[in-house]
Every structure is written in structure tokens, then in C-alpha cells.
Design a protein around this ligand. Sequence first.
Ligand SMILES: Cc1cc2nc3c(=O)[nH]c(=O)nc-3n(C[C@H](O)[C@H](O)[C@H](O)COP(=O)(O)OP(=O)(O)OC[C@H]3O[C@@H](n4cnc5c(N)ncnc54)[C@H](O)[C@@H]3O)c2cc1C
Length: 389
Amino acid sequence: MRNRVDRFVRSRVIPREAVLDGGGPAAADALAELRDRAQEEGLWAQPLPVELGGGGLDFRTYAGLAEVEGASDHGPAALGSAPLLDVTMLARHGGTAVREAYLKPLVAGELRTCYAMTEPDVPGTDPFGTATRAEPGPDGSWLVTGRKWFTSGAAGADLVTVMARTGGSAGDREGLSLLLVPTASPGFRIVRELPVLGAGGQYEIELDRVRVPADHLLGEPGDALTIAGERLALGRTLRCLRWLGQAQRAFDLMCERAVTRSGSRGPLAEQQLIQSHVFDALLALRTTRPLVHEAVALIDAGRDARTEVGLAKVAAARMLQQVADSAIQVHGAAGLGPDTPLPALLRTGRAARILDGPDELHITSVARRALRAYGPRARQDPEGAVQRS
Ligand SMILES: Cc1cc2nc3c(=O)[nH]c(=O)nc-3n(C[C@H](O)[C@H](O)[C@H](O)COP(=O)(O)OP(=O)(O)OC[C@H]3O[C@@H](n4cnc5c(N)ncnc54)[C@H](O)[C@@H]3O)c2cc1C
């Protein structure tokens, strides 16, 4: 299956990347064609539940596929696994009406979603400051008002999961909830697109007293941080798998260039400084992969994976940035030009160090957790020795 997905991405998705990146009707047609083909070939929605129309792979089995699928940003959408996070969240925390209305169309690729937590005027690293509010409406519904930004894919989305305050005031640890908002609702507006290092796909959105049915609140009022925590652990690990696939792609391009580009001193591959780029990139890839799969195994087993996800996220983001940068260096000017995917891979690697929580956030929380095992309370605790390992 991994080989078949790899072949599909390399032979069908990657050649269409320029059209897919361009957006508009041509991109929609290309994506629809790829999805039909993925369904015909039995590759559709592999990590999603069989009863909803997916392939039913558990996360650990799917992880090997996610790497090769993620080698292109368009792989998950073309192969139907893009809704994994939303389907998992709605299946666990959506009420009956939400599950019945949305799960099957999501898996079939008929509905698109996005996730809106970060706000322009509040640090994204501090969700307690969330200013978006959901007030109870007259008929039990919620009226949501606020502004979010860097909401990936908001322009084409049918549903947006919004983090909003349903109780308490800014700074309180309690009172945050997640609401599933249909984007066709009156009062929902795309304010502007926010290009990231020149690439589109991120949006600022506004909600002005958007009415959300009572049963579109996920879990119970006040559950946002628990649900978001689950979603982020799975989401960060998924991204790491995809970044491994993208870094492998940059590594392949770098090595192919090194052996084929020759000057009067012979092929680049014979230069020791080029070999050093190859060694460092391979080392980064090989040392990051087991960290990511360690996080996958813990999440799959339903165990606490906070340390492992933090380590994997920082390592994978740095690794993608480093490998893409080395591949560009070995290509010379061609690496910065329009004929290779390297500029896009470098951009993804750079953004990776900020999105889903910046490096610093993960570094401090992993380090604090590690240090706790050496603190005074841990010393009295015989389990402390185990935690230290
Ligand atoms: C390409 C892209 C896509 C994104 N997609 C989405 C999306 O779909 N939905 C969504 O809700 N958000 C999305 N985001 C937003 C992203 O999750 C936030 O940018 C991120 O969580 C950081 O929040 P912030 O930008 O408000 O930075 P801030 O919280 O203002 O932090 C700024 C900087 O302060 C430093 N810092 C912060 N905390 C600490 C700390 N504890 N210790 C030391 N230094 C610290 C770091 O250097 C950090 O980069 C996306 C961002 C990008 C770039």
C-alpha cells in the first residue's frame, strides 16, 4: 500500500502541483480527477473509518503511508485523508445531529473544513486570552462574534471550528468552547488572504453575531482545551510525518543534482563540502524519523505523548528547514528559481517552526516536564527514577 501511495503521489499528484497551487476552477477540476482516480485505485481515505467510507487503517499503520502521501502538500486532499483530524474530533465530541450531518460527507470529500483558534490581537501561544465570544441566543443557539487569522483553507471551507469564550473573561483558564460554524451562516466573512512568504491559503476571518445551533457546540461548554489538546497532538504528529515525506523529497532532489551536475572538477557529488550537506541532511532525517514514530505509537496506544510530540515537532520542523536549505544550496540559483519545489519546501519548513505552536513553546514545556522528574517531589517518589529514563 505504501508503494502504491508513493507511486500515486509521484506520478499523478506531483506533476499537477503547479495547476493545484494556482487555485480556481482548473485546480478544482484537477483535484476532482485525482480523487476519482484514488477511489478507483482503492487508495481513498485510508486512515478513516470503514463504516464512514474510509479504508479503516489504524494510525500506526497509516503513519507509513502519511509520509509518502505528504511528500506533496496536495497528497492528503487528493487521497482523501485530509479530513482525518476533523473526523476524529467530530466522531468523539460531536453530538448525534453533527455526526449524522457531517461525518459521511466529510469522508466522501464533499465538505471542507478549517480550524480557527489564532487571533490577531492575542498571542496564539496563550489561548486563555481568546477574545472571540459565543453568547447564548434566544432559542438555545450561540451567537459568535470575533476575529481569527491564519485560518488555513478558510476560503473554500464549508465548516469552521471556532474557539470562543462561552464563559468567564479574558485570561480565565475556564470557559473556552469549540463551536462548529457553517461558513454559509450570515455574519461570517473572509476579511483577507494572508500570503505566507508569498504563498496563499491562509485567511483572516470575521464572525459578527453568527448564529450557531446549540448542537454544534463540541463536547460540553468549557471543553475546548481538552478537545484542542487531543486534536493538536494528533495534528502535530501528522504534520511531522508529512514533513518527513517532504524532507525526503528535498533530499532526493539534492542527491540527484549532486551526481548529475558536473564542472571541470567533476561531479558536485565528489566535493567534500557537498558530501557534508548530504551527510547532515541524512542524519537529520534518520534521527527525526524514530522520534516521530515514537509519538505515533503512543498516540495510537492512547497514552500520554506530550513529551514525544513536542520533541518530534521541534525536530521535524528544524529538519525540514535544514534539508530544504541544503538542497537549495546544492542546486545554486536553480534552487531558488521556479523549476523545483525547493522554495515551497523551504517555506513549509520555516512556517513549521511557528505553526501548531512555535519551537519555544514546545522546548519549554518538554524541558519543564523533563526537569520535574528531578525535582524534590520526584526524588521522594520511587517512580521518579523511571520517569527520568
Ligand atoms: C502557515 C500557517 C498556518 C497556520 N494555520 C493555522 C490554522 O489553521 N488555525 C489556527 O488557529 N492558527 C493557525 N496558524 C497560527 C499559528 O498556530 C500561530 O501563529 C502560532 O500558534 C503562534 O501564535 P502567534 O502567531 O500568535 O505567536 P505569539 O503567541 O505571539 O508568539 C510569538 C513568538 O513569541 C515567542 N514565544 C511565544 N511563547 C513563548 C514561550 N512560552 N517561551 C518563549 N518564547 C515564546 C516565540 O518566538 C513566538 O514565535 C497558522 C500559522 C501559520 C504560519
